[in-house]
Ligand binder design. Sequence first.
Ligand SMILES: CC(C)(COP(=O)(O)OP(=O)(O)OC[C@H]1O[C@@H](n2cnc3c(N)ncnc32)[C@H](O)[C@@H]1OP(=O)(O)O)[C@@H](O)C(=O)NCCC(=O)NCCS
Length: 188
Amino acid sequence: MYDFRIDILEGSAALEHVPSFARAQVEVFAAPPWRLRWYEGTSEDPKSAVGFHTWVAQQDSVYLAAFAGDTLAGFAVGLVLNEEVIRTLELAQFGAGVGDYYFLVACVLPAFQRKGLFKRLVAERMELAHAKGCGTLWVRTHVESTTVTSTYCNDHGFHEVTRYETVDYGFVTVPRVVLRKNVHNGET
Ligand SMILES: CC(C)(COP(=O)(O)OP(=O)(O)OC[C@H]1O[C@@H](n2cnc3c(N)ncnc32)[C@H](O)[C@@H]1OP(=O)(O)O)[C@@H](O)C(=O)NCCC(=O)NCCS
């Protein structure tokens, strides 16, 4: 049984770990169902994994970094939406607004999957979202990521809003599903 340690990292503390987050993201999202072609890149290249996380770490974001001993087992990011994030991630089309909470990325490295880590990373970000007082919470994922959709919908009361396709990194077509929870409507 793994006893993961989860560190909460913001701002410069998150930036220090960007290279290892980027390496994990390249590996994990290359596998099915995503098949994305992320590459590590540099902080100056916003389309690269390092550039993307350098940008995210400078938003109002919180990284949860999970370790097994000294080894990164996975990480997840949540953030309170601002106008720059909504524009960059094209979230206005679903009705996401400034002050809503967005579950941005979660990934668990293959050696540490199916040990309950993702479910912990979701539960901890739910607490962070509530602590921030956010009224509306959003997730966007792959339609075939059933672990993800069932965790948010069955365990945390999210509902499906829409499905659509994007042409994503490496010109890969990704069918996506958007999930939402309205906290103040009493959705459980
Ligand atoms: C999706 C992903 C985050 C899941 O991570 P994970 O840590 O393996 O997830 P969990 O262990 O919490 O749950 C996975 C499954 O293992 C099961 N599980 C949990 N603990 C377990 C244990 N001790 N023994 C056996 N199975 C277990 C869960 O019930 C779940 O089953 P389900 O898929 O039938 O619901 C991981 O596979 C991943 O990184 N995928 C690629 C990237 C991605 O899709 N990210 C999320 C969207 S942005």
